[in-house]
Design a protein around this ligand. Sequence first.
Ligand code: ADP
Ligand code: MG
Length: 845
Amino acid sequence: MVKGIMDTEEMASQKRWVYPDTPLFRQYQGLREKAGEALLFFRLGDFYELFGDQAVEVSRVLGLTLTSRDRNKSNPLPMCGIPARSLELYLPRLVSLGYRIAISEQTQPDLESDGMFAREIVRIVTRSTLIEDPSLEGGQTKNGVCIVRMDESVAISSLDLSSGHLAVFEPQNKGDLDAILDWMASKSPVEILIADNELSVALSGIDHQRMSPSEIPLTELLDVLPQGFEFPVLSPASERALSTLISYVASLKAGIIHHLTGVTVEKTVGTLVIDRASIRHLDLVPDQEDRKKNGSLLEVLDQSRSSLGSRMLRRWVLAPLSDRETILLRQWIVKRMDENPRWADRIGDILGSTGDIERILGRIGMKGRLPRDLGGIRDGIQGAIELAKMPEWTELLPDHKRDASIEILSAMVLRLSGALVDDPPVSCGESPVIRDGFDAELDGYRHFEREGDQDLLKIEERERRSTGIDTLRIRYNQVAGYYIEVTKGQVSKVPSHYFRKQTLTGVERYTLPELMDFEQRIAESRSRAQQREFALLDELTTLVLSLSAQIQRMAEFLGTVDALLSFARVGKKRQYVLPSFSMDGAMSITNGRHPIVEARLMSGTFMPNDTNLGSGTFVLLTGPNMAGKSTYMRQLALIQIMAQMGAPVPADSAVLPIVDRILTRVGANDHILEGESTFMVEMKEVARVLRDATSKTLVILDEVGRGTATFDGMAIAWAVSEYIHDHIRSMTLFATHYHELHALTEKGQRFLNQSVAVRIEGGKIFFPHRISSGHSSKSYGIDVAKLAGVPEVVIERATRILEHWNRQKPFKAISDGLSQLPEKDSGALPLFNWKVRSDKPTQSS
Ligand code: ADP
Ligand code: MG
């Protein structure tokens, strides 16, 4: 078959392709139908082939050559091949472009009656079921999530197939869709399923797939869940969320997922809840879409030695603790690592060599017989046991159970070490996988193979002597098998009972019945040896998978230790301190810094700031653009998050409250894509702050109220501030360009005016980034306009207008009376109805 290179444009212009009427293409079309929208990778020998429209499309997006089998026909069918061994290269690229890929394989070794191999779709690869992605080696996760509704309840499940993490969440307030979306954001999902029509419409701004909910109880999903899976007691909505997600994965033919051992039922109790807006605004984790961004908290904190540690840190960043004891325990270990560098180094060395046992287990669970990965489990668990047995843990973690699992796992390591060669090959059949001396039967076959070599030498020697041909050699190659080789010059001496096998230039090849017999016996013992190796490997695989839960617990332990070690390392490297926690809800920081901005700037150029805020303080932060307001407020939120992770914080010293939530609102944020006016979004977010914040919440409001007319915006900002101050009492920082709000301090004693000033010198603006008390009364807008080169006449005119207004003091007059204005006239201001908790899902209408 000669594949002619085709002109892509010419082929792309063809709309409908005529598939040849052959058994092969009938089979192809049958599978295409089953594959639905997915690209069909049709296995043909060493290639996966695509045909017709899919060939044209894939060749275009991957830049591959388009070919055809019948180039000379008038309407040649385009095809495009992907080498089977490079599959792992192409899958991630196609999946990241949003394609689903149905992989078909020959399912039987023999030809069918019509002269064809049977083929079936063995797997459908999607964003969340792609396990061959190099990015998984890092701290990435590939969570698929599924949102369902049942009457008034909403629940969400998530599955990271490559590590086997399965979780489900149902908000405390029935049907609280915001809580669902926050939880979802903390999983950074790559694939989102929504199994409810109304929700699907309400969340149309989110890229998702609509499904029908599964009604099958979890306990009946036996084609996916392995034996020994622990079924927790679940609410009907949670059960449905899990069942739908798992059924979906089953429909992608992932087979039984052997490394799924149970479900984590996640709660917000005990964690610091960070809403999705804060995850974004505070740059907690790298933004997968926006690569231009300048770093994230996770990247600053991640000094871990293994991807287990990186993934643990990601979890911690998105869900810090709110339980004092656990935070202090983490701090305690970090401190000991810091004080005991030799111990820390030893831990680091072990972690650096244990590998990603969670992912390795995942691969074994999904794909079975993988010698190198079995070796990975052997080495990784051995390291993990060494780590777990360190005497230090008894002091640091008195409750740390010297788990029975250490014993079981040690036995497993022993078994694996006894069985596997030191460096097992990637797949079977390449080189020996099982050690000599481990299995008598296997040794028998191998012995025969090796003895055979001796036998051959004997035959060779004998034939040389009897024929007198001293260059006579017995050789082997895969095509011809065993043969006797004689150089042309000596052919006359070849005895008549030799059978000629092959003639080459310079040599003749012969064989003998004895040799043929020998060959057959060797081949047989080889194949027996291979079968025996397979059987032994399968046994080892079963053993490892039966201990999945214990291995995952070990992985959890390694990840935790690695994350803590990372804290110790980053603390030392960047001169952070471990904070202590106040009992009265006050916050006091000396020389606090913004971890991400500081890491980005040249060392020593970040300007530290002190913070001293009593419980329930409401800071009104004013100052010109670029002065550093946003940076300062985010710095406080980030320090708070780091502290509640148990990490050291960028400051000289810090005493912090323990907060239940961090809520961040940034005004005039661009949500156009979600189809809503920015002001509407801004107000919805504000509504949510007023609904969710408590006296233990840290609230950051950055220029909220900007998206509407000045008086409107200022009125809302004023009322919101009052309401938080008087009724909710959250510690709040509000950066605002409405200088007039400073008058609020007359109204309540927990209001605090702070400002960031600038200096203008020699026609230049300097930003000292210093937070000081008192409000600023000037925006420097005109100064900036002047520096930017706005014509002098305009600057002059603007200056006059401003002076005029300042004389008139229209805003001052307005704000003056406000602090005396009663909160309500009669009945409640509609604004505050937001506080009323609704039991209905708060859908974005
Ligand atoms: P604002 O919110 O007042 O407009 P930003 O907080 O966005 O100002 O700060 C503007 C820029 O100034 C930031 O991008 C940052 O690089 C720099 N900056 C802010 N605070 C500091 C600081 N304390 N030390 C050094 N640079 C800072
Ligand atoms: Mg700002």
